[in-house]
Write a protein that binds this ligand. Structure first.
Ligand SMILES: [Zn+2]
Length: 103
């Protein structure tokens, strides 16, 4: 059994530690790939849970929003593809502080 299966990624922080990008796909076909550090930092600043099921509920498709379509739950996948959406990155001091806190 691989380490990944034995110890599945449960939140954005895990995803960032393991360098997996977060791919969110909407039913309308809109796909965004996010850097896990940047996405974690966004959730951290907002005080939101970074558990993946909670993240999934927070994700909102802007194309559907502008088209006033009914909101649907995005699909979340962990990938090794490069991110396509630019969000602010956490500063390195804050990131290191969190790493120490969680280890
Ligand atoms: Zn959509």
């Amino acid at each position: 059994m691989s380490r990944e299966l034995a110890n599945p990624i449960g939140d954005l922080f895990d995803a960032a530690v393991r360098h997996r990008t977060i791919k969110a796909s909407c039913q309308c076909g809109n796909v965004g790939i996010f850097d896990p550090h940047a996405l974690w930092f966004l959730f951290e600043r907002k005080g939101w849970s970074d558990k993946l099921p909670a993240v999934r509920k927070r994700m909102r498709c802007l194309q559907c929003y502008y088209a006033k379509r009914k909101r649907s739950l995005a699909m979340l996948e962990l990938t090794s593809e490069d991110h396509t959406r630019q969000l602010p990155m956490p500063d390195i001091i804050e990131w290191k502080r969190q790493l120490r806190r969680r280890r």
